[in-house]
Design a binder for this molecule. Structure first.
Ligand SMILES: Nc1nc2c(ncn2[C@@H]2O[C@H](COP(=O)(O)OP(=O)(O)OP(=O)(O)O)[C@@H](O)[C@H]2O)c(=O)[nH]1
Ligand SMILES: [Mg+2]
Length: 474
């Protein structure tokens, strides 16, 4: 293990019980499976977590149980040393002597990895007061002779950091704020960079790790933008149709058709969310909680349509463009249908106010229409179809929800064990005009392509770039 540590940085996270040690480990290693709980003594054994990117090991981090008897341990060490030079040896002797655990089980578990050349991350909960036993912990860690950084975390809303800092500064090479629950990508990178300063032989490995993490972060942004662009293309393009038997009227299948169409849209949204969560290494994310009400809220509910998407003024501005894009590819003169002609599915509240005021999603087409024939070339008999999306309002709501979800997942610390929390309102209405115009143009071009048979790769790529730009800005 020691020989490996020369090339791969190894950190050991230590501290008193219940300070947020496992939370720091989870945040840094992007591992949402590490046990974290409010009861003291959650972590009983040291566990090593490897952080990899593209199958390459970038660093390892060890979670440990908290100190239980630091003052007794320090007394044991002091009784066996004459001078400072003896101290690292005394720590080693302690680990070897107490290898079977017993009353010092937790101390052995946490000190053992330190003897293997690890860097120390000492976590303190600055929402609690500094205790004499904490000073004993710091003293023991200093005796190991390893490079050490103190991380000020806060488990509760109180702040006694000023009490901690003067003492921490005496014992640690670097003292940093690190909020395990809110740590974002930049905070994690900054922490690694900090270690570069205190352990010179790791500087090359840390530079490599940081470069790999940054490159992976860009790749994740691109991948999640691609997932969202794909969602938009599939959702915009989706067509649901039902064959009509001889003499059967379209109205006989209208309810079933509309339900199937909405179910398909919801399914696409859920699949895209799952994929974005996988991209950011949150495969087990809990969404079923009131705090995610808006995301859980049915895609077709009025609450959602009010909270997400563009403002009425913005929609009015873009509306004409959408009309043209859709008109260019879709024959609006459907003819032949009486009851169903021009029906807009999801037409609910505000339908009379025009398409931008209501919740229209897509038009219903008879098999006699040119569009239906273009989209379903292999269907020979009579049928009725819904789709593609004709409402810019719906498209913007769907896109907005996907962006809000993606940002919440991206910024979520892997130390959190509660349900996903996210903004209660959307982001698209507040984008710069340049960003919004680019998104709107790309979606319209994609839709125009769909209406002619298929969206062009170039238009899809433009939509992806417009989404990447939004994710980069925020
Ligand atoms: N609000 C908030 N809570 C935190 C933070 N870090 C940890 N906690 C909470 O504090 C409690 C203890 O966190 P753990 O990470 O399990 O602490 P630990 O030091 O590993 O605890 P033991 O393994 O029991 O020694 C959990 O309920 C965490 O959710 C933080 O940054 N903010
Ligand atoms: Mg723990």
């Amino acid at each position: 293990m020691t020989s490996d540590t020369a090339s791969t940085p190894l950190f050991v996270v230590v501290g008193n019980v219940n300070q947020g040690k496992s939370s720091v480990v989870a945040a840094l290693s992007e591992n949402e499976a590490i046990p974290i709980d409010s009861y003291p003594g959650t972590t009983k054994h040291a566990g090593t977590y490897v952080f990899k990117s593209a199958d390459r090991e970038l660093f390892r981090i060890v979670d440990t149980p908290g100190f239980q008897r630091p003052r007794q341990l320090l007394a044991w060490l002091q009784a066996r040393t004459q001078s400072a030079a003896d101290r690292p040896g005394a720590v080693r002797e302690f680990v070897e002597t107490m290898a079977d655990g017993g009353e010092f089980h937790d101390e052995v578990e946490l000190l053992k990895p330190l003897l293997e050349g690890a860097g120390i991350l000492y976590v303190v909960d600055a929402s609690s007061h500094l205790e004499p036993s904490n000073e004993a912990e710091m003293e023991i860690l200093r005796w190991t002779g390893q490079p050490a950084m103190a991380l000020i975390n806060r488990v509760r809303d109180r702040d006694h950091a000023d009490e901690w800092r003067p003492t921490l500064r005496q014992f640690f090479h670097i003292v940093r704020e690190f909020d395990a629950h809110r740590a974002c990508f930049e905070d994690r990178v900054a922490l690694l960079r900090g270690f570069r300063e205190i352990r010179a032989e790791w500087s090359a490995a840390i530079d490599t790790a940081v470069a790999a993490m940054e490159s992976e972060w860009r790749a994740r942004r691109k991948r999640s933008a691609a997932v969202i662009a794909d969602l938009m293309c599939k959702a915009l393009a989706h067509v649901e149709h039902r064959a009509l038997a001889e003499g059967v009227d379209e109205s006989a299948v209208s309810v079933e058709l509309e339900d199937a169409y909405k179910a398909a849209q919801r399914k696409l949204e859920v699949a895209a969310r799952d994929e974005v969560e996988r991209v950011f290494r949150h495969p087990g994310l809990e969404r079923d909680d009131p705090s995610v009400e808006l995301l859980r809220e049915d895609l077709f509910s009025e609450t959602v349509w009010k909270a997400f998407g563009l403002t009425r003024t913005q929609l009015l501005k873009y509306g004409a463009g959408w009309g043209a894009a859709i008109g260019a590819g879709i024959d609006l003169a459907v003819g032949g249908l009486s009851f169903f002609t021009g029906t807009l599915i999801g037409a609910g509240i505000g339908a009379a106010a025009g398409w931008w005021g209501g919740q229209h999603v897509a038009r219903v087409w008879p098999s006699s229409s040119k569009l239906a024939r273009t989209l379903l070339p292999f269907e020979t008999g009579r049928f009725v179809a819904i789709g593609p999306v004709t409402s810019p309002r719906y498209a913007w709501v769907l896109l907005d929800r996907a962006l809000v979800h993606c940002l919440a997942v991206r910024d979520r610390s892997h130390a959190r064990r509660d349900a996903l929390e996210l903004a209660k309102t959307g982001v698209v209405a507040d984008l710069s005009k340049e960003r919004r115009d680019a998104l709107d143009r790309a979606m319209r071009d994609v839709l125009a392509g769909i209406a002619k048979g298929q969206a062009s790769e170039l238009d899809v790529a433009r939509l992806e770039t417009a989404i990447v730009n939004v994710l980069t800005d925020r």
